[in-house]
Design a binder for this molecule. Structure first.
Ligand SMILES: Cc1ncc(C[n+]2csc(CCOP(=O)(O)OP(=O)(O)O)c2C)c(N)n1
Ligand SMILES: [Mg+2]
Length: 573
């Protein structure tokens, strides 16, 4: 067993060194008085030879969380985030829920107001230390995190850090919360020594039960029109080839519903797009893979006779209070492990002719679908204000083949499809707005060689705390292209109102409240104010060249860029 001794003056120094030893590369932070021992530890630097996570400042907590989220999703590593006591935790909650519902592992930490009123190093020394203390600081987010704890004693540091990190990364992954009282961080820690590498590892992926596999195989073998619906299979990039092989082998159409990762390359012969409605009418068996909401029952549901199989590490989404989708078989298991085994069980049960017939039918539907999408692109090409369809189509032409897209709502993937695993990240099912811009910065941090493009609505952009975002992009040298699909409204609120009250007063009104965003600032100038390239685009013919200019700024000048694309009302999401 390799043990490392590290002379430190404080628990804070030991804590940071331990994080780095465990593979935490970055500490995203928004600081306060609780940070004094952390700031001091960083200022002393690697005087004792220990590496420390790189500190990255973010001037809003939701930005820190979103950056960490994007970084974790694009790197597969666990970031740490630290915020200021109760108030910083409160500001970060939206990001915590996004990460929790998306199973993104983040070590989320906050200081705690000093516990003692005087006497100890780190004890209270300013008025806020009384009012900021809460009886139960973690109560704000206990429901959202997998685990939470307070570091009470320096001697427990290694156990606590390892427990936090291994729980965050064990399937299903998710954020954990650790609070760090100032006196504990400031306390001395003589004779600090720890195991390196760690003696505590994350739990393995769950493998499927044979009986459940056999049941599922029987259902699929009896089906004439099976279909697959997924949202998140591609979170594990190893699941993408497994899904591609399974769908291809048995000729089963795949829908990516509210796509959050690239689960199946869009050019795969079984890819039938992003709308489950196209398979629901005829489906007699549906395989729901890593998907919380495979369809919206009040809009369109499968035939009541249709059998439904759910696959996932937590196939019933046990942290959701209500989720009542029919479920004939639920297979607990990681998709990359389940699909090859399910394929093995199914192979001898299905006839070659049935597969061939399905394959031919999918080919026909795919060709018709693609032709219709191309027709639509042609139809909207010259419309002004621009159609979100055109924005997506122009982006498809302009992007590098190797680029990564971060989509907060407004990209239409059917017109800007991705084919590489790990090249697309969509917003969390919790949909806490303001995620996309920061997430794109985190993705760029994880993949600095790749072009990163964030597609945002005007609403999502404003939620992201734009000045803080552009500042972080400049400060941390993260040249990202932001494309704002600007319809000057919260189109989603309009669609929801018209959906519920199609003949109502709001539908007849010119200006129902809480929908239109009037007198919007010139977003391109906000980016420009931080040293980025900015351009407003109104003419559909100008968009391709504007994209080239913006991408040139990103690629050659290494500056962030923003295109404020003035679009039709109604939005794309
Ligand atoms: C934190 C948060 N607040 C409010 C909402 C509700 N909401 C969902 S979509 C939306 C409007 C988004 O506007 P925009 O990004 O411009 O896209 P559009 O609907 O116009 O296409 C709002 C306010 C939310 N999802 N998250
Ligand atoms: Mg909008």
């Amino acid at each position: 067993m390799a043990r490392k001794a590290l002379p430190v003056d404080s628990v804070a120094e030991a804590y940071l060194a331990l994080l780095a030893d465990r593979g935490v590369e970055y500490l995203f932070a928004n600081a306060g008085t609780d940070f004094a021992p952390i700031v001091e530890a960083y200022a002393k630097g690697a005087g004792n030879g220990a590496a420390l996570p790189t500190p990255l400042l973010a001037t809003h907590e939701n930005l820190a969380m979103s950056m960490a989220h994007g970084y974790a999703a694009a790197s597969g590593k666990v970031p740490a985030v630290m915020v200021h006591v109760s108030v910083g935790t409160a500001n970060a909650l939206c990001g915590v829920l996004n990460a929790a519902r998306e199973n993104v592992p983040i070590l989320f930490t906050a200081g705690r107001s000093p516990l003692t009123e005087e006497g100890l190093a780190g004890a209270r020394d300013t008025y806020i230390h009384w009012a900021q203390e809460m009886f139960d600081q973690a109560g704000m987010l206990r429901e959202m995190v997998k685990w939470e704890y307070e570091l009470r004693l320096g001697v427990q540091l290694e156990t606590v850090v390892d427990r936090a990190l291994t729980i965050a990364t064990s399937p299903p992954a998710g954020p954990v919360y650790l609070s760090l009282p100032r006196e504990v961080l400031a306390a001395p820690l003589p004779d600090f020594a720890y195991d390196s590498p760690s003696r505590r590892t994350a739990a393995s992926l769950p493998a499927p039960d044979e009986a459940a596999l056999a049941q599922a195989a029987e259902i699929l073998a009896a089906a004439r029109h099976p279909a697959i619906i997924t949202a998140d299979a591609g979170r594990d990039v190893a699941a993408v080839p497994a899904l591609a092989a399974f769908a291809e082998r048995f000729a089963i159409p795949v829908i990516e519903h509210r796509q959050r990762y690239l689960s199946l390359p869009a050019d795969h012969p079984c890819h039938l797009g992003y709308n489950p409605a196209v398979v629901l009418d005829e489906a007699d068996a549906i395989l729901v893979i890593d998907c919380d909401v495979p369809w919206t029952p009040s809009r369109k549901a499968p035939n009541p006779e249709c059998k439904v199989i759910h696959i996932g590490v937590d196939p019933l989404f046990s942290r959701y209070p209500i989720r009542g989708f029919a479920c004939d078989v639920a297979i607990t298991g990681a998709t990359r492990l389940v699909l090859p085994k399910l394929g093995g069980a199914l192979a001898s049960l299905v006839s070659k002719s049935a597969i061939a017939a399905r394959r031919a039918a999918i080919d026909v539907r795919r060709a018709a679908q693609q032709a219709e999408l191309a027709r639509l692109r042609g139809e909207v090409a010259t419309m002004q204000p621009l159609s979100p369809v055109r924005v997506s189509a122009c982006l498809a032409e302009a992007r590098d083949p190797n680029s990564i897209i971060v989509n907060e709502y407004t990209l239409m993937p059917e017109h800007c499809s991705s084919t590489l695993p790990g090249s697309f990240f969509g917003s969390s099912p919790a949909a806490g707005l303001g995620w996309g811009a920061g997430a794109a910065l985190g993705v760029k941090l994880a993949q600095p060689e790749r072009q990163v493009i964030a597609v945002l609505g005007d609403g999502s952009y404003l939620f992201s705390n734009p000045v803080a975002v552009h500042h972080a992009a400049a400060m941390h040298r993260l040249p990202v292209l932001f494309v704002v699909v600007n319809n000057a409204m919260w189109g989603a609120v309009r669609r929801a109102t018209l959906g519920m009250y199609p003949q109502g007063e709001a539908a007849r009104s010119n200006r129902p409240p809480f929908i239109e965003l009037e007198d919007l600032p010139a977003f391109e100038q906000v980016c420009g104010a931080a040293g980025g390239y900015g351009e407003r685009v109104e003419d559909p013919a100008e968009l391709p060249e504007a994209l080239q200019r913006a991408l040139h700024a990103v690629k050659v000048e290494k500056r962030q860029a923003l295109l404020n694309v003035i679009c039709q009302g109604g939005g794309g999401g």
